[in-house]
Write a protein that binds this ligand. Structure first.
Ligand code: SF4
Length: 196
């Protein structure tokens, strides 16, 4: 869904004129700055900072513009300047902002103890410690140090008991670190959600 064309053009034009060619037009007496400022003040997206980002729901990488006012995300929309989507978003991308603001969105890790019938909120430190302990235990219990190749026993130093699954929302830098961590742990199964 796109915004009404007149609103988009007005807002973009005001910003462009304000920071780009505005000075020249003002010098030439072509702009009524009082009227421009008054109009901008009433706009829904006045006093916002825009940041470009990408949709994290699939691996297409559609560009989005996030509008932030006073540190709070107030709108997300397709990026008209992005080479992939030219402002368009599919139904999943459109729901990005609703997902962000949903009262049902989980913001802390949750844990369900063995045999328990309910989940409990735990801290990120607790969650990280639990995951680290399980990774260590599983890795140690399933470590393959050597393997027979032909008539030779060769070192392989890996575990087949743990897999690593990345996602479309991971950045290149994150993926680099994930690969390093996974290989250092001896993981052979490193996959990406978009290939499944
Ligand atoms: S907007 Fe739709 S197609 Fe584009 S990245 Fe998001 S989920 Fe994928």
């Amino acid at each position: 869904m796109s915004r009404p064309t007149d609103t988009r053009i007005t807002r973009r034009d005001v910003l462009r004129l304000s920071f780009g060619g505005g000075a020249g037009l003002a010098v030439g007496g072509l702009m009524d700055w009082t009227a421009v400022r008054a109009a901008a003040k009433d706009l829904k997206l006045a006093d916002i900072h825009e940041f470009t980002t990408s949709c994290n729901f699939c691996s297409c990488g559609c560009g989005m513009v996030a509008s932030v006012r006073d540190g709070k995300l107030i709108a997300m929309e397709g990026d008209f300047d992005h080479i992939v989507n030219r402002g368009a978003l599919c139904v999943k991308g459109i729901s990005m902002f609703a997902t962000h603001t949903s009262p049902q969105r989980l913001t802390t890790p949750r844990y369900r103890a063995p045999g328990s019938d309910h989940w409990q909120d735990i801290s990120w430190d607790d969650a990280i410690a639990r995951v680290a302990q399980k990774v260590r235990k599983t890795r140690d219990a399933n470590w393959i140090a050597t393997e027979k190749v032909g008539d030779k026993e060769v070192p392989v130093n890996r575990t087949d008991a743990i897999g690593f699954l990345g996602g479309a929302q991971n950045t290149n830098e994150e993926c680099y670190l994930f690969q390093k961590a996974a290989r250092l742990l001896g993981l052979a199964y490193v996959e990406h959600q978009a290939r499944l």
